[in-house]
Design a binder for this molecule. Structure first.
Ligand code: TRP
Length: 458
């Protein structure tokens, strides 16, 4: 069913010359799959969103709830996506056909659409980061960080940097699973870990850092108990976003693995590494914020782009530290962006026989156009973010959870056990957790988001 050839006359030449349908790729190694998934998980969510969410919701108390949410909600949910992807052996939307439940294609479609949507403004923020790498080298943001951010975050130059970020993303995805994503993330993820640990060690030497650790690491339980209605959904949302759930990334990535892998171990390692990197990012950001003395609560998208440069003007080696910091953020953002683009590319390649390279370029161009409003006006970016992360994401996760928990049900248990000898007992426990804790927590998050977005009183 090469639908592509049927509409070929209306498409740019060569778009349908694919061989991937008959000869589908797989990851070269198991560690390659794990690193690619970690690369997807670790991104702006860890280094940009996580610290400012933590700051907004009261520091260590938020961290505590986030850790619990990763363990009891994030890990079962990521296994759910792995099960769909590996059993179907095909990307997001068609996976539901392959599992004989074509009516559920809408879940895959929602994920693909959500990922496309999210990538459009994610790339704008990625463009800011590119810009800040250069600005670190010249020190141009040190004079007055707030004014600098306002001058570069929106407008023609922001559009250009957003374009540059998409160009690199397309460049990696065009080379496919082994030659592009796996190769790139094999270098990217270890670099992120090394550099970030280095910066955390540096931050440890700063005078005044203790206040930052205190804020980040010792939870104020009273604060948590009195604010749980806002803290808990925010932490659950952050856990889902951080593990790249909902937008079919993990379905797609798992469709390229072999049947003999132990999914429990893979999921656990990915969640653990992602959490470790998130915490390490906090150990860099919070001491810097403490030194800068301007408080932790500078909320919104500008958070690290204003507070970090403010701190950098006051610490030893500020320029070099800034350069490394924004370099890490850029690499992390890219390794996530490629996963979002891969979901859509693989759908067209797998299901319609599109040729990968040309498809990557074409879709990258469309995502670029969709992101232009966000690069022109920051209010648009916040709107895209609110719809993407607060609505589309939990909704897609909810539908996925229902599909795995009640539609696949016993088949899901069979699949999760495949290749996991010795872990048999975990299968039914996992299904039970999907049907209870995970389902309720995600349902609650969706409900709260809908109330919040529609302004209905609760
Ligand atoms: N997890 C990434 C981050 O923390 C962002 C991301 C990449 C993502 N792919 C995703 C989020 C899919 C949700 C769904 O920055």
């Amino acid at each position: 069913k090469r639908a592509c050839s049927r509409i070929a006359p209306f498409l740019p030449p060569g778009l349908c010359d694919s061989t991937e349908m008959t000869d589908r790729e797989t990851w070269a190694t198991r560690i390659g799959f794990i690193l690619a998934s970690v690369g997807s998980a670790v991104g702006l969510g860890n280094i940009w969103r996580f610290p400012y969410q933590t700051a907004e919701f009261g520091g260590a108390a938020f961290l505590l709830v986030y850790l619990v949410a990763v363990l009891v909600i994030g890990v079962p949910a990521i296994l759910g996506e792995f099960v769909i992807g590996r059993r179907a052996d095909i990307s997001a939307i068609s996976a539901f056909d392959a599992l004989d439940r074509p009516g559920w294609r809408i879940v895959g479609a929602l994920g693909v659409f959500g990922g496309f949507w999210t990538l459009s403004y994610y790339s704008v923020v990625g463009g800011w980061v590119f810009r800040y790498i250069g600005a670190s080298a010249t020190g141009s943001y040190l004079e007055s960080p707030g004014a600098y951010f306002i001058s570069v975050s929106a407008g023609p130059e922001a559009v250009a940097f957003h374009g540059a970020f998409m160009l690199v993303t397309v460049g990696i995805v065009a080379f496919g699973i082994r030659g592009g994503i796996e190769k790139a993330t094999k270098v990217m993820v270890p670099s992120i870990v090394l550099l970030l640990v280095g910066l955390a060690a540096y931050a440890f030497t700063l005078s005044g850092a203790e206040a930052g650790y205190q804020y980040f690491l010792s939870p104020d339980i009273d604060l948590l108990l009195s604010n749980y209605q806002t803290v808990v959904p925010a932490a659950v949302g952050q856990a889902l976003f951080s593990l790249s759930l909902g937008f079919a990334v993990m379905i797609t990535y798992a469709s390229y693995i072999d049947d003999d892998e132990n999914l429990f171990i893979d999921g656990g390692v990915i969640a653990l590494t992602n959490t470790f990197i998130g915490i390490t990012a906090g150990l860099v950001v919070f001491p810097l914020l403490a030194v800068q003395g301007g408080g932790y609560g500078e909320a919104g998208p500008g958070a690290i782009f204003v507070s970090i440069p403010t701190a950098l003007s006051e610490v030893p080696f500020g320029t070099a530290v800034g350069f490394v910091f924004f370099l890490i953020v850029a690499v992390a953002a890219l390794s996530s962006a490629i996963s979002l683009l891969e979901v859509v590319v693989s759908y067209l390649v797998d299901s319609y026989g599109f040729e990968r390279r040309r498809t990557s370029v074409l879709l990258g161009g469309i995502v670029f156009a969709l992101g232009v409003p966000s690069a022109t006006e920051t209010a648009w970016l916040e709107w895209f973010d609110a719809i993407g992360v607060n609505l589309l994401l939990p909704l897609a996760v909810l539908l996925t959870v229902v599909f795995v928990g009640w539609v696949l049900a016993d088949d899901a248990v069979e699949e999760v056990r495949r290749g996991a000898d010795g872990f048999d007992a975990l299968g039914p426990i996992w299904l039970w957790s999907i049907r209870s804790i995970v389902f309720l927590a995600v349902l609650g998050t969706v409900a709260l988001s809908v109330f919040e977005l529609t302004g209905a009183p609760l």
